[in-house]
Design a protein around this ligand. Structure first.
Ligand code: GDP
Length: 298
């Protein structure tokens, strides 16, 4: 048993001895769509599994499970989960700078929790972390990030006054990271969907200001797995405008829809790097294609 599981619709498929026929393919496609793979990915997965079945001359439905698992693992292998956290060098002084990570996403997806978990994930690897609480619009978000940061053993740079410019908090956090020789600076950002254009401008400004001190190493987009394709269209503005380098998929413990990882990677070309599978600080794992395919198909 792994620490998390997807209660995916694919797990119930193809358990009985039954010949493979048209109904098998309809059943598979329907379940892929229910699993939130998206229409395009579902269709192409069915076509690929069909081709394997013909090539391997397989006749029993039960054999479809292994073929499907291999097909999903192969597709997921295009997903590169490596976090780019190598510390860059200051070109003038040769000094090592912290790797800067911006965390973006719509409110409610689990962004704050993810920042706490990510800080913990890294402090456990003996990295020193500074967190910048740059979601200054929500006072509660600042407090929440501070609490998570404390638990994770990270230093938190907060706004000095309510409503302070998010970019200036981000700048101070990176400056603090440089001064303390931190390995990674994680910046929380706002996720108010109502003001999409303003939000994208704010993110651009944060990046511009931060990059006066150090390059941005990763822009992680947090997506809630329970919202599936719908969540992806909500987050499209970030993908289009925020220079996202990786996806963190949260709440996979409560989702039957893990299938959309396959669709996300294929439609956006952005890899899923981390998975969140609970509300606890240790409930974060690096994405692994084989484990994930196994969890999807069972
Ligand atoms: P934010 O608004 O994006 O910062 O979201 P929060 O981090 O405050 O999380 C929103 C809710 O989702 C909280 O109740 C979290 O405990 C919960 N949450 C976050 N990540 C996960 C997860 O991986 N699994 C589950 N089950 N709940 C999560």
């Amino acid at each position: 048993m792994s620490k998390w599981s997807l209660r995916g619709s694919l797990r119930t498929l193809f358990h009985g001895a039954r010949p493979i026929d048209e109904e098998s393919w309809e059943n598979l496609e329907e379940n892929l769509i229910l699993g939130d793979f998206g229409a395009d990915a579902s269709e192409s997965i069915v076509a690929a599994v069909r081709a394997s079945v013909e090539r391997l001359n397989v006749a029993d439905e039960r054999e479809l499970r292994g073929i499907l698992r291999d097909e999903l693992a192969e597709r997921l292998a295009a997903n590169d989960p490596t976090l780019m956290l190598k510390r860059p060098q200051d070109p003038e002084t040769g000094r090592l700078l912290p790797a800067v990570v911006l965390v973006v996403g719509v409110n409610g997806v689990g962004k704050t929790t993810t920042i706490g978990k990510l800080a913990r994930f890294l402090t456990r690897m003996r990295r020193t972390i500074v967190i910048g609480a740059a979601d200054t619009f929500r006072a509660a978000a600042v407090e929440q990030v501070a609490t998570w940061g404390e638990r994770a053993g990270a230093e938190v740079v907060r706004p000095q006054q309510a409503g302070q410019d998010p970019a200036s908090v981000a700048y101070q956090a990176v400056q603090r990271g440089i001064d303390t020789d931190a390995d990674v600076v994680i910046i929380d950002t706002a996720g108010r969907l109502q003001t999409k254009a303003g939000l994208m401008d704010e993110l651009t400004k944060i990046r511009r200001v931060v990059e006066k001190l150090a390059p941005v190493a990763e822009v992680l987009l947090v997506l809630d797995a329970t919202t599936g394709q719908n969540g992806l269209s909500q987050a499209q503005a970030f993908i289009d405008h925020a220079g996202v380098t990786g996806i963190v998929l949260t709440k996979i413990d409560g989702s039957a829809k893990g299938g959309f990882v396959v669709g996300v990677q294929q439609t956006t070309g952005i890899s899923v790097k981390l998975l969140g599978f609970g509300e606890g600080i240790d409930d974060l794992a690096a994405f692994n294609a084989n484990t994930f395919a196994q969890e999807l198909v069972g």
